[in-house]
Each structure stands twice: as structure tokens, then as C-alpha cells.
Design a protein around this ligand. Structure first.
Ligand code: NAD
Ligand code: TYD
Length: 350
């Protein structure tokens, strides 16, 4: 009988992981531990919140006193750790929040797990979800493998790199049953519209300028979020302790090409003339320290655990656009209030 704590389960990827585990493993108890920052939204889990094997607990992983009591009370048998500050632009304006949650929060979780699980014969699993951004930036060629040296450039990626090092240190020093996966950029439903794809869909829909940083030459490797959740399920159940897996879609896109594709999809869906939405594309000042290219080599995951992306990018993007058009209320809710202030601060002077 597993009792799994999933941290950050009210966020974008976390909500897909929670949904998958709650639905696929009715005999597991899934506890979603989330602080509900601006990025956490319980509406992401409306369809499964009534299920008997799901519970939500509001809590902050930076608060070690809370975590100690929570562990004593719940006695979890595993952790899947996704809670994080996740947006590079926010990390540039406020790096401190990233150190607190991503570094200190992760160390707090590791500590409380180590103390509670010490000496247990079954050695419970601590699965840390990380990003390809820890590897830094690629030039035109090459891909990140699990042995690529860490070379983070943004406060976000530096904080994630630091947390990855702590997770490995807790395996090597205390023998904890840790696993890490480093995934490329995700896209799909429930993605907060501060990130490129949902921000562009929202702006195109509203006939607002679509900000493209620099010349739009930066390349990202996009993976459908449900394929990431499926990889997490496999790795959680099958990976050996102390291992790392890269997860990616073999799906590299220059930002400008991706935005043009989105414009064209939305022209059709919104009944606009071809080329109408592309007029919204607006080149703005580049992001400081902007990594040029990310690309993941997911061969290890394929060879060892048989994972491959299940859908093409064209299919996934179409599904994603349809979801945003059908879920107007969700989009309106998350873009009201503080979002406007955030948006004005990020984009007013670019
Ligand atoms: P997100 O910003 O959508 O969600 C983060 C969640 O963590 C939110 O629900 C938030 O409320 C919660 N949270 C933040 N601080 C917390 C704290 N102190 N205590 C408890 N909960 C807290 O992020 P996401 O895009 O879903 O990313 C999830 C994880 O996956 C992160 O660790 C991120 O680094 C990693 N990742 C993301 C991507 C991507 O493309 N989005 C790619 C690879 C890896
Ligand atoms: P983002 O979704 O923030 O993910 P990450 O920075 O973690 O890869 O950005 C994806 C790419 O899109 C990145 O190269 C920055 C760029 N970008 C824009 O050009 N305009 C935007 O408004 C945003 C949010 C991002």
C-alpha cells in the first residue's frame, strides 16, 4: 500500500502527475502537498478531487516545522517532488524566492524524509523532478545526455541545479533511495499563461501583441505534458536508486517558427484570414542570459524503460489550442488579479 506525497500537485505538471496516479492506482493514497502560490490552482484537479484515494494539504516546503509535523501525521511511503518556482523571467526579477523554494525547500524535504525513513528496510523512494535547463545552453549541434556537465545560467536553472546536487548528495551520503529526471519544455492543458505557448495562445485569441524575445532564434525541445507524466510514472516504479533519466520529445522548435505555427492554427480555429494573427508578432528586448538551445537525448529512457512520446507535436499543439479555447473560464480566472500587474511589469518596457 503506497501513500505518495506529490509536492506541487496543483501546478501545471504536478496536476497531470496527480491525475495520472490517482486514476491509475486506486489502491495508492495520493496526497497533493502544495502552497498554492500564484501558479498553484486547485481548479486544475476538479475532475479528480472527489476520488477517495486523493487528498490535498496546503503547506509550504520552506517551513521545516510544518514538514516535520506533516510527516509524523501522514507517514508517507514515497515522495514525488515537483514543487518549485518555475519561471525563468520571474527568477531574473526575484532570485531569492527561487533559492527559498527550490533549494531550501528541497533540502527541507530531503531532511525530513531522511530522518523519518532512516533504518527502514524498504528504503522509500524520493523522486526529484528537474529540468534540462541545469545543463546550460547548446550551440547549433549536440544534445544533453545524463552525463552532460551542469552549467546553469539563470537563477532558476542555478537553483534547480543546486537542488539536484543535494538530492544526489543525500543518496551518496545517507543511502537514500533517490531518483532524478531532467525534462525538456512541457506544453499542454493547465499551463499557466506566463510561459510561451499559453501566453501566445491567450494573446492571439485576444488580438494582443505576441512578445517574441530577441530575434526568436532560441530553440526549445517541446514535450506534451501527459507524456512527461507517463515517463514519471515509469521512472518512479522502475528506476534503480541513485539514477538519473533525461526526458524529451526529440522535438526542437525555434521560438519564431513555433509562434508562426500557433498563429496559423488559431487563424483557422478563430475563422481569421490566413496571416491575420501573425501580424500580432512583436519582437521585444531579449531575456538577460537567454539560453540559445536546449535538446534532450532521451535514449537511456527509451532503451532501459521503453518510453517514447505518444503523440506528435502537431497533434499535441492542436489538442492544447482546443483546450484553451474550450476552457475560457479557467483562462479568465488565472489571468485576472495579480496576472495583470505581473504582465505589465514584465512587458511594459521591453
Ligand atoms: P508550476 O509553476 O506550474 O507549479 C509549481 C507548483 O509548486 C505550484 O502549484 C505552486 O503552488 C507549488 N509551490 C511553489 N512553491 C511552493 C512551496 N514553497 N511549497 C509548496 N508548494 C509550492 O511548475 P511546473 O511547470 O508544473 O513545474 C513543476 C516541476 O517540473 C518544477 O520542479 C520544474 O522545475 C519542473 N520542470 C518544469 C518544466 C516545464 O516545462 N514547465 C520542464 C522540466 C521540469
Ligand atoms: P518559457 O516558456 O518561459 O520557458 P523556458 O524559458 O523555461 O524555456 O520560454 C520559452 C522560450 O520562449 C524561451 O526561449 C523564451 C521565449 N519567450 C518569448 O519569446 N516570449 C515570451 O513572452 C515568453 C514567455 C518566452
Amino acid at each position: 500500500m503506497q501513500k505518495i506525497v506529490i509536492t506541487g500537485g496543483a501546478g501545471f505538471i504536478g496536476s497531470h502527475v496527480v491525475r495520472r496516479f490517482v486514476k491509475n492506482y486506486p489502491d495508492y493514497t495520493i496526497i497533493n502537498l502544495d502552497k498554492l502560490t500564484y501558479a498553484g490552482n486547485l481548479a486544475n484537479l476538479k475532475d479528480i478531487e472527489h476520488l477517495p484515494n486523493y487528498r490535498f494539504v496546503k503547506g509550504d516546503i520552506v517551513d521545516s516545522k510544518f514538514l516535520i509535523d506533516f510527516f509524523v501525521e501522514e507517514q508517507p511511503t514515497a515522495i514525488i517532488h515537483l514543487a518549485a518556482e518555475s519561471h525563468v523571467d520571474r527568477s531574473i526579477t526575484n532570485p531569492h524566492d527561487f533559492v527559498m523554494t527550490n533549494v531550501l525547500g528541497t533540502v527541507n524535504l530531503l531532511n525530513v524524509a531522511r530522518i523519518n525513513w532512516e533504518g527502514r528496510a524498504d528504503n522509500p523512494r524520493f523522486y526529484h523532478i528537474s529540468t534540462d535547463e541545469v545543463y546550460g545552453s547548446l550551440g547549433k549541434d549536440g544534445m544533453f545526455t545524463e552525463t552532460t556537465s551542469y552549467d546553469p545560467h539563470s537563477p532558476y536553472s542555478a537553483s534547480k541545479a543546486s537542488s539536484d546536487h543535494f538530492v544526489r548528495a543525500y543518496h551518496d551520503t545517507y543511502g537514500m533511495n533517490t531518483v532524478i529526471s531532467n525534462c525538456s519544455n512541457n506544453y499542454g492543458s493547465f499551463h499557466f499563461p506566463e510561459k510561451l505557448i499559453p501566453l501566445a495562445i491567450n494573446n492571439i485569441k485576444q488580438n494582443k501583441p505576441v512578445p517574441v524575445y530577441g530575434k526568436g532564434e532560441n530553440v526549445r525541445d517541446w514535450l506534451w505534458v501527459e507524456d512527461h507524466a507517463r515517463a514519471i510514472d515509469l521512472i518512479f516504479h522502475k528506476a534503480k536508486a541513485g539514477t538519473t533519466y533525461n526526458i524529451g520529445g526529440h522535438n526542437e522548435w525555434k521560438n519564431i517558427d513555433l509562434i508562426r505555427l500557433l498563429c496559423s492554427i488559431l487563424d483557422k480555429k478563430l475563422g481569421r484570414a490566413e496571416g491575420e494573427s501573425a501580424k500580432l508578432i512583436t519582437f521585444v528586448t531579449d531575456r538577460a542570459g537567454h539560453d540559445l538551445r536546449y535538446a534532450i537525448d532521451a535514449t537511456k529512457l527509451k532503451n532501459e524503460l521503453g518510453w517514447m512520446p505518444s503523440i506528435t507535436f502537431e497533434e499535441g499543439l492542436e489538442k492544447t489550442v482546443d483546450w484553451y479555447l474550450a476552457n475560457e473560464e479557467w483562462l479568465t480566472d488565472v489571468t485576472s488579479g495579480h496576472y495583470q500587474q505581473y504582465y505589465n511589469e514584465q512587458y511594459a518596457n521591453r
